[in-house]
Design a protein around this ligand. Structure first.
Ligand code: CAA
Length: 248
């Protein structure tokens, strides 16, 4: 590792609630943060908002479900900025509904964006991380991948799949200075959670022992920890951060 340069962190799905908090926290920690997005219009507004808050992120567009597009994004980043030290696989969507009514389209969309994306992004950074004997890969999963959730067969499958991926890759790259870990947030105050009908959401919150939704900055704090150089003995782990909603 060349310790004279800023470490580079790529955060996928940067313009969402968790992504925003993660980008800000890693920038505060001194990383050169690259913010990936898919929706250009939303990203432009986000960039302006971030500038207003004192953050000037490098932004790169790619649909994380598209292997070729991700490859191009990562090679552009490597050429213009340098190799990626930290990859945060954060991009994700929901298409909730009972399984008996779930369309193939809603199954495919969630698996593609939430799980294929992990393959696509990680596959394109892993060899350079191995060559450089350093890397941090952090997969943002969900409590609903750990325990299941009515109406989320697609999402729970993808999120559980992420941790299976984490466990295997952690073993494969452990000798190369690369750690691979999963974070499984519970219900956090993001647009994704606020899109759940109020009545349903209130019932879910009533089942969280801590008695509230989590804050995005609480997840970002854990990402910051796992992204640090000091956590080299933590790999293949799944960190639950859910206010006690799922204890096992
Ligand atoms: N257990 C048992 N039955 C339930 C239930 C539950 N938890 N929730 C709903 N039902 C039942 C209702 O009582 C109703 O039954 P009846 O038909 O007998 O009245 C039926 O299911 C609902 O039928 P709908 O046709 O309205 O259901 P739907 O197929 O449209 O799906 C739903 C409903 C959209 C899934 C709704 O239940 C819901 O929004 N659930 C919450 C899903 C959720 O938590 N999503 C998390 C999003 S945030 C996120 O994913 C981030 C993260 O990582 C945590």
């Amino acid at each position: 590792m060349d310790t004279n340069r800023k470490y580079v962190a790529l955060v996928t799905g940067a313009t969402g609630g968790l992504g925003t908090a993660i980008c800000k926290r890693l920038a505060d920690d001194g990383f050169h943060v690259i913010a990936n997005y898919n929706n250009k219009e939303k990203a432009e507004k986000w960039r302006e908002k971030m500038k207003g808050e004192g953050y000037d992120f490098d932004m790169h567009q790619a649909d994380v479900g598209d292997f070729e597009a991700v490859g191009k994004m990562i090679s552009d980043i490597e050429q213009s900025i340098g190799p990626i030290d930290v990859l945060v696989n954060n991009a994700g969507i929901t298409r909730d509904g009972q399984f008996r009514k779930m369309s193939k389209e809603n199954w495919d969309a969630v698996i593609r964006t939430n799980l294929d994306s992990v393959f696509n992004c990680t596959r394109h950074v892993i060899n350079q991380m191995m060559d450089r004997n350093y890397g941090r890969i952090i997969n943002i999963s969900s409590v609903n991948g750990q325990r299941g959730q009515f109406g989320q067969a697609n999402y729970s499958a993808a999120k559980a799949g992420m941790h299976g991926f984490t466990k295997t890759l952690a073993m494969e790259v452990a000798r190369k200075g690369i750690t691979v870990n999963t974070i499984s947030p519970g219900y956090i105050a993001t647009d994704m959670v606020m899109a759940v009908a109020e009545e349903v959401r209130n019932k879910i919150v009533s089942e969280i022992p801590v008695g509230r939704l989590g804050g995005t900055e609480e997840i970002a704090h854990l990402v910051s920890f796992l992204a640090s150089k000091e956590t080299s003995f933590i790999t293949g782990a799944n960190y639950a951060i859910n206010g006690g909603q799922h204890v096992y």
